[in-house]
Design a protein around this ligand. Sequence first.
Ligand code: FES
Ligand code: FES
Length: 162
Amino acid sequence: MPILVRFEVNGRQVAVDVEPRLTLADCLRHSLRLTGTHVGCEHGVCGACTVLVDGDAVRACLMLAVQAEGAKVVTIEGLSHDDHLTPLQAAFRKHHALQCGFCTPGMITTAHALLSDEPNCDAARVREVLSGNLCRCTGYIPIIEAVLDARAAYQKKDERDA
Ligand code: FES
Ligand code: FES
C-alpha cells in the first residue's frame, strides 16, 4: 500500500506516494523525473546514484524513499542555482574529467560533500573518498585533479562564512 512521503528536493518541497520498498534513487528518477541521479549497480558499490541528504553523500539505491521523510535532498540538478556551472563542475570540464558522464553526477555530489566539509583536503584524501565511486572510461587522474582544482572555491566560501 502506498505511503505519502514529504521531503525537500533541491529547495522544493515535494509530497510523493511511494511503495514502501521504493528506493530513493527510483523515487527521484521515476516519480520526480530527476534523471541526473544515475543507477548502475543498485547495491551500493558503484556510487553513480550518490545524492546529498542533509549535507551528507548518500547512496540513493541503498535508501528507501520513505526514509527521506523530512530530509533535505540535493541531486546533481540542484547544485547549481543558475545557468552557470559550479566551480566543481567547471573544474571537471577544464580537466576533461568525464567521457560518457555516467559516473559524473555521483562523482560530483561525493566530491561536493567532501569539499564542503574539508576544503583543504589533500590528494590522498580525495582518492580515499572517491575510491567508492567507479568510473569505467575516464580514468581517475583527471577526476582527482579536477577536485583538487575546485578546492580554492570552497576555501573562499569558508572565508566568507567565517
Ligand atoms: S547504483 Fe547505487 S551505488 Fe551503484
Ligand atoms: S565518465 Fe564514463 S564511467 Fe565515468
